[in-house]
Design a protein around this ligand. Structure first.
Ligand code: AMP
Length: 572
């Protein structure tokens, strides 16, 4: 890609303001309220974040210093002590949310499980005690390789409760990719399942864990959820059935008051070299970002049933299936399987059945629905929906209009949200009661977020001109480092423009100040809304005995977007 100019070819003139009805009921529904928030944030960003941190989160010990910034290393809410699981669960138990559904889960075969805040709390405390019993303590790493079942949410919150750092590995990753991640994090314990359901087939997760940890000295214990009927081998002394061991512990497990900067999780993301980067997120800053943006961008209210279709194995699932949504005391829907099982109307059926109000998915899924045909959504009552969202890649205008018309029935604002694993939370997105949207742009940065498009020397480019997307000020949910490799953290994100975060994306701003993302400018492909490094794909190819050399280049794909390269997500 040319260093000097990035040329943008997309021109989109249509503008969709929120309806008067939506604006009237929205948390932020007037230009004045929105402007007041923007003014507060730009006048004194630290004071703005400090106010939000005090209002939106519950603390065991209050913080005094909002930000300690020694570029590129940030510490937020320095002296504070906090617990993410406490904020997602315990604080709701003394309110009317106690018996409200926290998680509504549907398995691919069709069964349903509903956890209230109280029952979820109970299960999380029990699993936290299981972790303790198996020797896991504050600061240890726990790897989770699970399908989209409630035990995944329970395990992650149990880790958060005792201060163990979780590293969730997407169930579609191979045993080899899993091994690299477990080894890099030096995880002590792995939680998995016998298998997961995908389009009626069993994905043999436990078997892959056995392969991945073979000879890995760090892993001492494995906990296995019995999800599918396939036989698995249980290694005596190392492997434990979830259903057995959970019965041997009490449900009494107070949340650990952890330092604000305690690493809540590591999530691996692709880089330009073969080795994945372990993005490290903090407890307080991350939780604030996820909580604040969930409320603001989804206009989340207590009466909402909210559904994000992302797998928890990706950052979207961390922030917007679990942490940000439960911290707000909302109801989150979780679905285990494929969107087209047994038929391509599964998503619309779920929306109809649970009367989902807010629906968040990826452009790649929308394009698949377009291909499958409008008869599928037309079979279902989607009138409960009031807000739609997208994430993962730029949404092409055709998909946007289809989503707006067929799913949103021209009533629902669409929030196109730009963010990354590294940013922890949404950065550029509309505030739905206020911001007029245009198909294909995530619109403006959220209050408190300072992004810009710059040239190769770091100078802002003129409106309409392409350049590199950067973030000029630290923000609470920013990644803190690359696990075990602070040098890589500095080089990857902060070396191009010292003191300024480089996103790796190209972008341009239009005359209204809206940001149009033009894709990655590094050696990374965006496939089905997920980043994969070309090097990683190449190393997967050459690991086959018949392949001596491999070179991977992106080519556009109608469904999977920008960089499809002949590979597909094994879970789709
Ligand atoms: P990941 O952290 O793996 O989820 O990938 C983040 C990358 O996905 C970003 O750097 C963008 O290239 C792309 N991306 C995510 N959301 C959007 C969006 N709403 N519009 C355009 N690109 C996006």
């Amino acid at each position: 890609m040319s260093e000097q100019h990035l040329t943008s070819i997309l021109q989109e003139e249509r503008v969709f303001p929120p309806s008067a009805d939506f604006a009237a009921a929205a948390r932020i529904g007037s230009a004045e309220a929105y402007q007041a928030l923007c003014d507060e944030a730009s006048a004194d960003p630290e004071a703005f974040w400090a106010r939000l941190a005090r209002e939106k989160l519950d603390w065991f010990t209050p913080f005094e210093t909002t930000l300690k910034w020694e570029p590129p290393f940030a510490e937020w809410f320095v002296e504070g002590r906090i617990n993410a699981a406490y904020n997602c669960l315990d604080r709701h138990l003394s309110t009317s949310r106690k018996n409200k559904a926290a998680i509504i889960w549907e398995g691919e075969p069709g069964e349903t499980r509903i956890y209230t805040y109280q029952t979820l709390h109970h299960e999380v405390c029990r699993f936290a005690n299981v972790l303790k019993k198996l020797g896991v303590g504050t600061g240890d790493r726990v790897a989770l390789y699970l399908p989209m079942i409630p035990e995944l949410a329970i395990a992650m919150l149990a880790c958060a409760r005792i201060g163990a750092t979780h590293s969730i590995i997407f169930g579609g990753f191979s045993a080899e990719a899993m091994r690299d991640r477990i080894d890099d994090a030096q995880a002590k314990l792995v939680v998995t399942a016998t298998g997961g359901w995908r389009r009626g087939q069993v994905i043999p997760l436990k078997q892959m864990v056995d392969e991945a940890i073979d000879g890995l000295a760090c892993v001492k214990e494995v906990v296995v959820v019995e999800r599918t009927p396939n036989a698995v081998q249980m290694e005596p002394g190392r492997d434990h059935w979830w259903h057995d061991i959970i019965d041997s512990v009490s449900a009494d497990c107070p949340a650990e008051p952890l330092p604000a900067e305690h690493p809540l999780y590591i999530l691996y993301t692709s880089g330009t070299t073969g080795k994945p980067k372990g993005v490290v997120h903090s407890t307080a800053g991350y939780l604030l970002g996820a909580t604040y943006t969930s409320e603001l961008v989804f206009d989340l209210k207590d009466t909402d049933t909210y559904w994000c279709t992302a797998d928890i194995g990706w950052v979207t699932g961390h922030s917007y299936v679990i942490y940000g949504i439960l911290a707000n005391g909302a109801t989150t829907v979780m679905y285990e399987g494929a969107p087209n099982f047994p038929n391509p109307d599964r998503f619309w059926q779920i929306i109809d059945r649970y009367k989902v109000n807010i629906f968040y998915t990826a452009p790649t899924a929308i394009r698949a629905f377009i291909k499958w045909g409008e008869k599928w959504p037309l079979r279902h009552d989607l009138s409960s929906l009031r807000l739609l969202g997208t994430v993962g890649e730029p949404i092409n205008p055709e998909a946007w209009i289809w989503y707006h018309t067929l799913i949103g029935k021209k009533r629902c604002p669409i929030v196109d949200t730009w963010w990354q694993t590294e940013t922890g939370a949404m950065m550029i997105a509309p505030v739905p009661g206020v911001t007029p949207t245009k198909p294909g742009t995530a619109t403006r940065p959220l209050p408190g977020i300072d992004v810009a498009v710059v040239d190769k020397d770091g100078q802002p480019v003129a409106k309409g001109q392409g350049g590199y997307l950067v973030v000029r000020q630290p923000w609470p949910s920013m990644l803190r480092t690359v696990y075990g490799d602070p040098t890589r953290y500095e080089q990857q994100y902060w070396s191009r423009y010292p003191g300024i975060y480089f996103t790796g994306d190209g972008a341009r701003q239009d005359a209204d100040g809206y940001f149009w993302i033009m894709g990655r400018v590094d050696d990374v492909l965006n496939i089905s809304g997920h980043r994969l490094g070309t090097m990683e794909v190449e190393s997967a190819l050459v690991s086959h005995p018949a392949v001596a050399e491999a070179a991977v280049v992106g080519r556009p794909d109608e469904i999977r977007g920008g960089g499809h390269c002949g590979l597909c997500d094994p879970r789709r």
